[in-house]
Design a protein around this ligand. Structure first.
Ligand code: IPM
Ligand code: MN
Length: 355
């Protein structure tokens, strides 16, 4: 065994445990094949645990997670728990605590997958969104006055620090260079209205761009990006944006690549503990049925291995995913795959074993 990694696993809520089980199956297969070790340590966090114990994210869990090489997360969100409690208390708390300042979300149409964009194929839909992941409207700055009265006031402010913005932009330029595709980085902003926040973003972007003469530095407003993502997705290579816009445009992007069932993301701290997750939620209505697509979770495992530097293993997972999408499953949507959750995991593991 060359290397051994400690992976903290948080299966979470709803369909999270089902898709994570398939991801673990694929990870074990690929680790075996590529001769490295994986030690999985499970953490029980999420809605059920909160309901049973009142605990959200105990300090001792945070300490244990800090000692891991990466965190592999299923989904957080429970229909019986008021929206915001688990999302802010666990998911956002982990992103912030570990300073995972980049949320990396690749968008790629694989062969065999239908996109609602008629006439667009795998050659047109292949870009990556770098979403700032610790600031902006998500910072929790603001408050309310006279709540519940006719005079109530609510303020929620977007926090943009030069340091936070610049490190994310720099990551995006580096990533674009390393990816070496169209060598174009688009800043997604709203400089025509949000003249304070995106003034800072644009100045930081233009200054950092000078260090990357090989990368075309491009700018577009967020609303226009939504339009072009549908009309001309081939214009994009890497997009960098703030937390809120990144959240919104990556749901749109997940749809044009085929759906939430195959959309994966990475919460990255390049110098610390990163966390990998399917982008979709806990899908309560599909929980326990064995019909949810595990590919998003399996592709999140691929992103995890890429980040750990296990490139051969990551590429084997991607090839397995591509083969299964091209040749086996009928549709990426839950219940329409023609296979169960477990069977899709088996098919990808089998491909890895044989290749
Ligand atoms: C995402 C999700 C989260 C977000 C929610 C669950 C807090 O939508 O990962 O995109 O808004 O970041
Ligand atoms: Mn989202």
């Amino acid at each position: 065994m060359s290397k051994k990694y400690n992976i903290a696993v948080v299966p979470g809520d709803g369909t999270g445990p089902e898709v994570i089980a398939e991801g673990i199956k694929v990870l074990e297969t690929v680790a075996d094949k590529c001769s490295f070790g994986l030690n999985f340590i499970y953490y029980n966090l999420g809605g059920e645990h909160y309901k049973a114990t009142g605990e959200i994210l105990p300090d001792k869990t945070l300490e244990a997670l800090a000692a891991s090489d990466a965190i592999y997360l299923g989904a957080i969100g429970h229909p019986d728990v008021k929206p915001g409690i688990l999302e802010k208390g666990i998911l956002l708390a982990l992103r912030f605590h570990f300073d995972q300042y980049v949320n990396l979300r690749p968008v790629r149409l694989y062969e065999g997958v239908d996109t609602p964009l008629k006439d667009k194929g795998p050659e047109h839909i292949d870009f990556v969104v770098v979403r700032e992941n610790t600031e902006g409207l998500y910072a929790g700055a603001g408050g309310c006055l006279k709540r519940g009265t006719p005079d109530e006031v609510a303020i929620q402010e977007s926090i943009n620090t030069r340091k936070g913005v610049e490190r994310c932009i720099r990551y995006a330029f580096d990533y674009c260079r390393k990816r070496s595709k169209r060598k174009k980085l688009t800043l997604c902003g709203k400089t025509n209205v949000l003249t304070f926040a995106f003034d800072l973003w644009e100045r930081a972007f233009r200054e950092v761009a000078k260090e990357y003469p090989d990368i075309q530095a491009d700018y577009a407003h967020v609303d226009a990006i939504c339009m072009w993502m549908v009309k001309n997705p081939e214009w994009f290579d890497v997009i960098v944006t703030d937390n809120m816009f990144g959240d919104i445009i990556t749901d749109l992007a997940a749809m044009i690549q085929g759906g939430m069932g195959i959309a994966a993301g990475a919460n990255i701290n390049p110098h610390g503990v990163s966390m990998f997750e399917p982008i979709g939620g806990s899908a309560p209505k599909y929980t326990g049925m064995g019909i949810i697509n595990p590919i998003a979770a399996i592709s999140a495992a691929q992103l995890m291995l890429e980040t750990l530097g296990e490139d051969r293993a990551a590429s084997l997972i991607e090839k397995g995913v591509m083969k299964v999408l091209r040749e086996d499953i009928k549709d990426v949507a839950a219940g329409k795959m023609g296979f169960s959750t477990k069977e899709v995991g088996d098919l990808i593991a089998e491909y890895i074993r044989k290749n």
